[in-house]
Design a protein around this ligand. Structure first.
Ligand SMILES: CC(C)(COP(=O)(O)OP(=O)(O)OC[C@H]1O[C@@H](n2cnc3c(N)ncnc32)[C@H](O)[C@@H]1OP(=O)(O)O)[C@@H](O)C(=O)NCCC(=O)NCCS
Length: 192
């Protein structure tokens, strides 16, 4: 299975809204639901004008019209001064457990360290998101701590976990790219 990577476009927003309004996504992401297309368009309008965020879509190279767009993700709050960014990833609900999330995170890290020149990529996950934390841990992210009751998440104050991969951690990972990232990515069997 292969993924094709491209920047997010206006035509992806309807799909983004549909995915984010699914419980398997909104239970793990800090968003207000229901998410509307109008609010997402406002978000994207600001987003495309702001160089501190990069949003990507991962398409299955041989996917049909229903499975073609299989993940979205990005690097946000990119700080030149601190040479760091936050990473996020969302796989299409119903397509979990096939290695797509792992492949997307690997690609985003390779892109961040090689093309953006970052020194640190971090992720923040809500308390109930053990699955995502396992994925990041397998890829070498170090658990740095818990921000206790840091966010209000669907009416409850919940803990937020921080994990990060430094450029020096990434340099020792078997999955890292050496030179430049490709826009075609292999999803490896058992890559999780
Ligand atoms: C977290 C998330 C991105 C994971 O995506 P995914 O595509 O399911 O991830 P992977 O398939 O690469 O790995 C997840 C599991 O599948 C297993 N797996 C990996 N490759 C596999 C393969 N080729 N075949 C079967 N299973 C596989 C892994 O062992 C892993 O198992 P585990 O949950 O027991 O640890 C996805 O669940 C998601 O989008 N969640 C909602 C949004 C979210 O929480 N995002 C993260 C916060 S930023």
């Amino acid at each position: 299975m292969q993924l094709l990577v491209r920047r997010m476009e206006w035509e992806d927003l309807e799909r983004r809204v549909a995915w984010f309004n699914e419980p398997s996504v909104f239970e793990h992401m800090v968003i207000d639901i229901p998410l509307s297309l109008a609010r997402t368009k406002e978000w994207f309008h600001k987003r495309v004008a702001d160089p501190h965020n990069l949003d990507f879509v991962f398409d299955l190279a041989n996917g049909g019209s229903d499975t073609r767009r299989c993940a979205m993700g990005g690097l946000t709050d990119i700080s030149e001064r601190h040479s760091r960014a936050e990473l996020y990833v969302v796989v299409k609900p119903g397509m979990y457990g096939q290695g797509i999330g792992t492949a997307a995170v690997m690609w985003l890290c390779n892109y961040g360290f090689l093309e953006v020149g970052l020194r640190r990529i971090y992720v923040q996950t809500v308390d109930n998101n053990d699955g995502a934390r396992r994925l990041y841990k397998r890829l070498g992210f170090i658990h740095e701590g818990v921000l206790r009751e840091h966010i209000r998440h669907h009416g409850r104050f919940v803990d937020r976990h921080v994990q990060a991969l430094l450029q020096t951690d990434w340099a020792t990972q078997p999955w890292r790219e050496e030179k430049q990232v490709q826009l075609r990515v292999d999803v490896r069997r058992g890559s999780g």
